[in-house]
Design a protein around this ligand. Structure first.
Ligand code: DGY
Length: 436
């Protein structure tokens, strides 16, 4: 391995850290704080600068709303280099929104529980990190409470997302059929992302119309969860999002046990957990595909495609041993060709696969990190090792990009790294992978 890689990773992270105590995902494209990015970034910082790791999380939690909600973007600075910004989202419409920190009115996968547990396991000074965790853990618990109490209309233990940006897998082909059900207006707006990155690597104008339309509907109802559940044209139970929640539930249980005196919260978390895992296995597993899939709650139908999200339940201990084997077989059969790096974000054998376009095919380091630990937990050590080595090789070959072409041959003639460069979580999670 490139000996300088660790040094370079730290330079990327330090370069993206802002005075106000948070990190941007990368320069240019993403000038604010993003929720799930911050979790992964804190894990990277924990390996060499726990002060920054703690600040990253504290700054995010400062932006929490009165109802426990944590937004997906916190607009810490004023800039017109990103669209749609705070004037479009208008988080102040929600009565319990955070009046100090303008944000979006949507969220992102709940990574903070397992981020805190990771920080605890990495920390050398356990007393200090436990003090930090004690100060912040209830905020994360309240965030989970928000999800179970507001995002689960049929009381199944599975929470919904109401926007593709909440999934984190923004323009996945998974959503294509939902767009077909929508009659979004043609909005007039100026995008900034396509000035900064080759448009062939970003979502289309029509997709952005749909993205904006969902937000307009939520805004008309002041981001009321009840109204969104009733009216949002996009309402999905996402296996990645729910796996992150379940993994984080486990982490909160472990950390509350270490802290002591939190029996009521541990009991509540266990109850959520039991119900969530049972429903997850019943509703989100597709026998025929041999993988976990998404469910379209608005149109009451399964979304029958395999994506890297389909394998994320391994990370949260959701499948039985037998089912885990089926899931891994599917991964290897569809995504594991020798000419391909693991793990493409969307089924490479499907006609909707696009190796260059954001979440329609490229490899993402955060998903690989999730899969690496999931595979290891179930004893699939060889596949786990392959995911780890592929991740390191991609970064060595292309640099700290946002996403990567899964086709090995492309690297003979092209760069293969796409989207933003010097991307924080690619650097952060490389540091964590190398240390494992
Ligand atoms: C973007 O701007 O593409 C972001 O990923 C939204 O979260």
């Amino acid at each position: 391995m490139d000996k300088d890689l660790i040094k370079k990773a730290k330079a990327v992270l330090d370069g993206n850290f802002q005075e106000k105590g948070y990190s941007i995902p990368c320069k240019g494209l993403y000038p604010f704080q993003w929720k799930w990015d911050s979790g992964f970034i804190a894990i990277g910082f924990a390996h060499y600068d726990m002060g920054k790791a703690k600040l990253e999380i504290e700054t995010l939690l400062n932006a929490q709303w009165g109802n426990g909600f944590i937004p997906h973007i916190i607009f810490h600075v004023d800039t017109d280099t990103y669209f749609p910004g705070k004037d479009f989202h208008q988080s102040e419409l929600h009565p319990l929104s955070n009046k100090k920190y303008p944000s979006t009115g949507m969220t992102q996968p709940p990574v903070l529980g397992f981020t805190l547990e990771k920080m605890y396991s990495i920390a050398k000074n356990k007393t200090d990190i436990l003090n930090f965790i004690e100060k912040n853990i209830d905020k994360v618990y309240n965030n989970h409470k928000y999800f179970y109490e507001n995002r689960d209309p049929q009381n199944e233990g599975l929470v919904y997302i109401y926007h593709n940006w909440e999934s984190g897998t923004d323009n996945s082909p998974l959503w294509d059929d939902i767009w077909e059900t929508m009659d979004s207006p043609e909005y007039t707006f100026t995008r900034r992302d396509t000035d900064l990155v080759d448009p062939s690597q970003r979502p289309s104008k029509r997709e952005y119309d749909h993205y904006l339309h969902i937000i307009e509907i939520a805004k008309q109802h002041n981001y009321s969860d009840e109204k969104i559940a009733e009216l949002s044209p996009f309402l999905v139970q996402d296996p990645l999002f729910n796996s992150m929640l379940i993994k984080s539930n486990y982490s909160l249980i472990s950390l509350y046990r270490i802290l002591g005196n939190n029996e009521d919260k541990i009991e509540q978390l266990k109850q959520w957990q039991k119900k969530s895992i049972a429903s997850f296995n019943k509703k989100l597993f597709d026998e025929e595909l041999g993988a976990y899939i998404h469910y379209d709650l608005r149109n009451e139908k399964p979304i029958r495609f395999v994506s890297s999200s389909s394998f994320s339940p391994l990370f949260a201990g959701i499948p039985s041993k037998e089912r885990a084997q089926i899931v891994v077989n599917t991964m290897l059969a569809k995504f594991g060709d020798d000419n391909m790096y693991l793990c493409a974000s969307f089924d490479p054998t499907n006609e909707r696969f696009n190796p260059k376009k954001y979440w329609r095919g490229p490899v993402w380091i955060n998903l690989n990190w999730i899969l690496y630990f999931g595979l290891k937990d179930y004893g699939f050590n060889e596949v786990a090792q392959r995911v780890k080595e592929d991740s390191i090789e991609l970064i060595e070959k292309a640099g700290f990009y946002e996403y990567f072409d899964a086709r090995k041959a492309i690297y003979n003639s092209e760069k293969g790294g796409y989207g933003g460069n010097n991307f924080s979580w690619s650097a952060a999670l490389l540091l964590d992978l190398i240390n494992n």
